[in-house]
Design a protein around this ligand. Structure first.
Ligand code: MG
Length: 374
């Protein structure tokens, strides 16, 4: 086709559209408009102060949700371009995929889910969708950002059947089976490539994991050996970076290669064929296994490191105590959330807490519980 995209790529012109009809943008595609709305949103700016693994105040050089999201978009676009898929859609999904994350990373999400267990639970993927569908307040004619179906479909990576049933068209695949677009599948795996590699990098920078430990992990070891063979005297940050950049490259190339084979075998002719097929964007079995090994290593040695656990425990306490203080007395909520609490108090509290940055949550905790003034 003349736009350079494969026939099974998602296209602006054939988008399933927005929930509220709007005129076609004059100088952008529909997915470019989605991306631009995401970048201009409040939730996007908050990502700068939200934890990926390390809490924002622990150091200036660690990834935050913002830099993580940018890395996901960059990796995803490279993969999409090579597969003749829609880069703009991958970028929009990648930039939005973590908008619903709570402060303090997974510890925050798990605690908020526990707090909400009698009130419908809390899922960060669903919250990302809620953020772009409902919570952003910017436009005169609708709540949320009114994004296209395709971007919303990509944001909703996981969803419980119970919640899927309430979401209409965008939740249907969690009930009936089926896949999202290839662009959404790319954003999902680009997320995995980004966090595995930057967590290695941040883990080493923090000193919580060491090169010696990582030399026992297949994918890291073979790239480290390759760098050492080329540059025997190289050490420190450059050695780490040369190794990590090769890992990212290997993973992206493997994903492009295996996905090309999968697509050739499945012969999809349209996005609808893609939605009815098995997942086509995938690593080769050997590299998938290596990725799993690296993930297991990170889980044991980084995410469960006692210093990370201490941070997680503190984070959970902050979230838990904020939640219960508000639930006990909604008058402690800022006025706009008190209004929302009149309809559904626990959900309004979860929305308020989920929207907080790390440092805002810490300040709010002090404002509510500290006896001394700041
Ligand atoms: Mg992510």
């Amino acid at each position: 086709m003349s736009d350079g995209l494969a026939p099974y790529a998602a296209r602006s012109e054939t988008s399933r559209g927005r929930r509220f009809q709007e005129p076609t943008p004059a100088a952008r595609s529909e997915f470019q408009r989605d991306r631009d709305r995401i970048i201009h949103s409040t939730a996007f700016r908050r990502l700068e102060y939200k934890t990926q693994v390390f809490v924002n105040h622990e150091g200036d050089l660690f990834r935050t949700r913002l830099t993580h999201s940018l890395e996901v978009a960059q990796i995803g676009r490279t993969i999409a371009r090579n597969l003749h898929l829609n880069e703009d859609l991958v970028e929009a999904v990648a930039l939005a995929h973590d908008l619903g994350h709570t402060p303090f990373g997974h510890a925050g999400q798990d605690e908020l889910n526990d707090c909400m267990k009698d009130y419908g639970g809390f899922e960060h993927n669903l919250q990302s969708l809620r953020m772009v569908d409902v919570l952003e307040e910017r436009y005169a004619e609708f709540d949320g950002l009114n994004l296209t179906f395709e971007t919303r479909e990509g944001i909703l990576k996981h969803c419980s059947p119970q919640n899927a049933g309430m979401l209409g068209e965008v939740g249907a695949r969690f009930l009936n089976g089926g896949q999202p677009s290839l662009e959404a599948q790319i954003a999902n795996l680009a997320d995995e490539i980004a966090y595995n590699n930057h967590d290695v990098d941040d883990g080493l920078r923090s000193g919580l994991i060491t090169l010696e430990q990582l030399a026992g992990v297949g994918i890291f070891a073979r790239h480290l050996e390759a760098v050492r063979a080329l540059y025997p005297a190289l050490a420190g940050r450059r050695l780490i970076h040369e190794t990590v950049r090769r890992m990212i490259n290997t993973l992206a190339l493997d994903l492009i290669g295996q996905s090309t084979e999968n697509i050739a075998a499945a012969e999809p002719r349209s996005v609808d064929d893609v939605r009815a097929a098995r997942p086509l964007i995938a690593f080769s079995p050997a590299v998938r296994e290596e990725q799993q090994e690296l993930k297991r290593f990170l889980r044991t040695h980084l995410y469960r490191h006692y210093r990370v656990m201490r941070m997680s425990s503190k984070a959970r306490r902050i979230i838990r105590e904020l939640f219960h203080a508000f639930l006990d007395d909604a008058r402690l909520l800022p006025p706009q959330f008190q209004e929302k609490a009149e309809q559904d108090e626990p959900r309004a509290i979860a929305d308020y807490i989920a929207g907080m940055t790390d440092r805002y949550a810490i300040r709010e905790y002090r404002r509510l519980f500290a006896v001394e003034q700041d």
